[in-house]
Design a protein around this ligand. Structure first.
Ligand SMILES: Cc1cn([C@H]2C[C@H](O)[C@@H](COP(=O)(O)OP(=O)(O)O[C@H]3O[C@@H](C)C(=O)[C@@H](O)[C@H]3O)O2)c(=O)[nH]c1=O
Length: 182
């Protein structure tokens, strides 16, 4: 019996995944990934690298992708809360340039599956957030590229609160727009 609920999202290829949580007097247990269950749901990636990052409120990492070594990513939050976004950059896709966002938190245990061919990024909504993800290809620093998080051509509705200062890496400050990849 599978322990995950897979929900296909509005852009083909994206899934929201909710693991079954077994609570008892000690706390809880959950499987966070199971190759067979994911394969049955259509997620056939072999994940070869796991990453973890810590960010403070207002940090926005993204939107990132690798050009020649695209990565499928299975992402989740183990502390705090983020707004996580995937943008379809698959050439020829009927939904090219469209975005989908999900609130992921340590409380809701939601996972977001972002296949190859998407740019990915997230905004931290809580004081701190620890973000954990599996990747289907290795990191290739020379192959990394980015798209501006607030490119009007994509028009992502980031839930930026009034007192929130957006914190970007130096690299992400100079990302191009969607047109830079067409
Ligand atoms: C992503 C990555 C970074 N690094 C190093 C490079 C650098 O010195 C430091 C920080 O790198 P970055 O600034 O690129 O990290 P970050 O901005 O967190 O990059 C990540 O953002 C999210 C949104 C994604 O989708 C990921 O695929 C990845 O691109 O960590 C690795 O060694 N391996 C990796 O896989």
């Amino acid at each position: 019996m599978g322990q995950f609920q897979f929900t296909p999202l509005s852009i083909e290829g994206l899934f929201l995944i909710e693991p079954k949580v077994f609570g008892d007097s000690r706390g809880y247990f959950m499987e966070t990934y199971n190759y067979e269950d994911f394969k049955k749901a259509g997620i056939t990636d072999i994940f070869v690298q796991d990453n973890q990052s810590l960010s403070r409120r207002g940090v926005l990492r993204g939107l990132h992708y690798q050009k020649n070594y695209p990565q499928g990513k299975l992402v989740r939050v183990i502390k705090g809360e983020v707004f996580d976004v995937a943008v379809d950059i698959r050439k020829g896709s009927a939904t090219f340039g469209r975005w989908h966002g999900e609130i992921l938190s340590a409380e809701n245990n939601k996972q977001f599956y972002v296949p190859k061919g998407f740019a990915h990024g997230f905004l931290v909504l809580s004081e701190e957030a620890e973000f954990v993800y599996k990747c289907s290809d290795f990191y290739h620093p020379e192959d990394q590229d980015g798209i501006l998080y607030n490119d009007p051509a994509i028009d992502i509705d980031w839930p930026i609160e009034e007192d929130m200062e957006i914190i970007l890496s130096e690299k992400d400050k100079v990302n191009g727009g969607l047109d830079s990849i067409i």
